[in-house]
Design a protein around this ligand. Sequence first.
Ligand code: PEP
Ligand code: MN
Length: 365
Amino acid sequence: MFVVMARTASEAEILGVKSQILAEGMTPFDHQGSERVVIAVVGDVGPRKQELMSRLAGLPGVEGVTPISRPFKLTSREFHPEDTVIRVLDAAIGDGSLTVMAGPCSVENRDQLFETADAVAAAGATVLRGGAFKPRTSPYAFQGLGVEALRYLAEARDRTGLPIITEVMEPSQVDIVAEYADILQIGTRNMQNYSLLRDVGRVARPVMLKRGYGATVEEWLMAAEYIVSSGNPNVILCERGIRTFETYTRNTLDLAAVPLLHHLTHLPVIVDPSHATGKRWLVRPLAIGGVAVGADGVMVEVHPDPDAALSDAEQQLDLDMFRSLMEAIVPVHEHVQSLHGDPVLATAGAGAAAASAGADGLAKH
Ligand code: PEP
Ligand code: MN
């Protein structure tokens, strides 16, 4: 449930509500909206729900108490109608600008990373990616350079000024990855690794949560809820394709998830056409598609010599292909931005509309 405070509520009244929630064994999370404070009551309320709602409704400064039917609370638009904007170094993610995360699947050596970093930065990328700890399907495949790669990534950040994102695979790696990286990535295979989610929820770094390849949108948002409820509000969602019966593509890119997520949640959404398709020549059209449906950005794998790459060789773009992708997506993004205000395009910035649609604003078929 959410406690909606009156516009005129004092600090003391807000504190009073929060301490009552704590006394009931629940956890309060407050959000200062544009007009008023909303306090989410998080925890397992059980059969006391009605009783608790009326008790909270009677406290001074409270305008009303709303039950929330969705299982995700802190990540929902209802709690937080405005888009979350994540700022990291000079980059802003979710503010209407186009985020482009680019770089190699794996950091293989210093030269390979620097050559890629310089090229993607010059072409307009806003975040540098590179895998240090690699989740590989085969235990015999290249597993990543680990901490050595983190050091090269930090050097590449100094060189280019771009913030760096890299994957953290297990709780024991969280501190070291957070020491070097600006954004922590949780990979598809770990989307429901709840102890890892809680641990990245405790660090002061934004987290990009990739969709589990077999996860529903609701399971994905519940995974994001683990991170936010552990104390880290800066979560980015990344649609990277789900497993279907199709075999020509590595995964099936769920583009409908992008506007759907913008309706359900205030968190920024990134599309990864590289892991979604597994094929270099399909990356550009699907990056265009992702931006066209309102994604806040894309993540693409780029390598100076993709055929020689130690991982995901078939899907990495070479430097020219990346430049050509940028030329294609920038105007598409500008066009999508110009459509804002079009009620049909209920994507980014749809906070008010989504909030007024209420808990059941989406028809279920
Ligand atoms: C990656 O981005 O390096 C990666 C391994 O992606 P995913 O978790 O989506 O497979
Ligand atoms: Mn990869």
